[in-house]
Write a protein that binds this ligand. Structure first.
Ligand code: NI
Length: 168
C-alpha cells in the first residue's frame, strides 16, 4: 500500500466531475482503494475522495470509528434521501488549517457499492452522515468552503495561503 499525495486548493483537479467505476474487481481499482485507505489514515482524516489524490473516479473512503479500524468504501455513491439541516463545523485535508460551518442534512440515505461491487444502502446520522455528504460533494467537484459567504470564503483562501507560506 502506498500513501498518495493529497492535492490542495486551488488545484483545479479538485473541481473535476468524476467518472463512475464499472470494473471494480480490476487490480488497479483494488490497489487504488487500499492506497486511499492508507492515505486517509496517514493524514488522520475521517474521509478521502479519489478526487483528492487526483484520480477522477467515483470512489471515496470513510472511517469514523474511534480505533480507525472500520474503513467504509463508497463506490459510485449517491445520497437518495436526506432529512433535517444543521450547521456543522468542517475541515478538509485539501484545505488544511481552514475550519468553518457548512449546512448539512442531519440524516441521509446512501446507496453505493462496496469493494466487491456489491450494492448496499445505509441510513446514517451524526458524524457519518456528515462525512458522507462531504465526500460525495468531493466527487462532484464541490468543497465545503463553497457553502460559505463570499467574505468567509475569501478569508479561508487567505488563511490557506498564509499556512502554505509557513509550511511550504
Ligand atoms: Ni474534504
Amino acid at each position: 500500500m502506498t500513501v498518495r499525495t493529497i492535492i490542495q486548493l486551488p488545484d483545479p483537479r479538485l473541481r473535476e466531475e468524476t467518472a463512475s467505476v464499472q470494473n471494480i474487481a480490476a487490480p488497479e481499482i483494488q490497489t487504488l482503494i487500499d492506497d486511499m485507505i492508507e492515505t486517509m489514515y496517514a493524514a488522520e482524516g475521517v474521509g478521502l475522495a479519489a478526487t483528492q489524490i487526483a484520480v477522477s473516479k467515483r470512489i471515496a473512503v470513510i472511517d469514523v470509528s474511534k480505533e480507525h479500524d472500520q474503513p467504509m468504501v463508497l463506490i459510485n455513491p449517491a445520497i437518495t434521501a436526506s432529512e433535517g439541516e444543521e450547521l456543522m463545523s468542517e475541515g478538509c485535508l485539501s484545505i488544511p488549517g481552514v475550519y468553518d460551518k457548512a449546512p448539512r442534512a442531519l440524516r441521509v440515505t446512501l446507496c453505493a457499492q462496496d469493494r466487491t461491487g456489491k450494492p448496499y444502502e445505509i441510513e446514517a446520522d451524526g458524524l457519518l452522515a456528515h462525512a458522507i455528504q462531504h465526500e460525495v460533494d468531493h466527487l462532484n467537484g464541490k468543497l465545503f468552503i463553497d457553502y460559505l459567504s463570499p467574505l468567509k470564503r475569501q478569508m479561508a483562501r487567505k488563511k490557506l495561503e498564509k499556512n502554505k507560506r509557513r509550511n511550504p
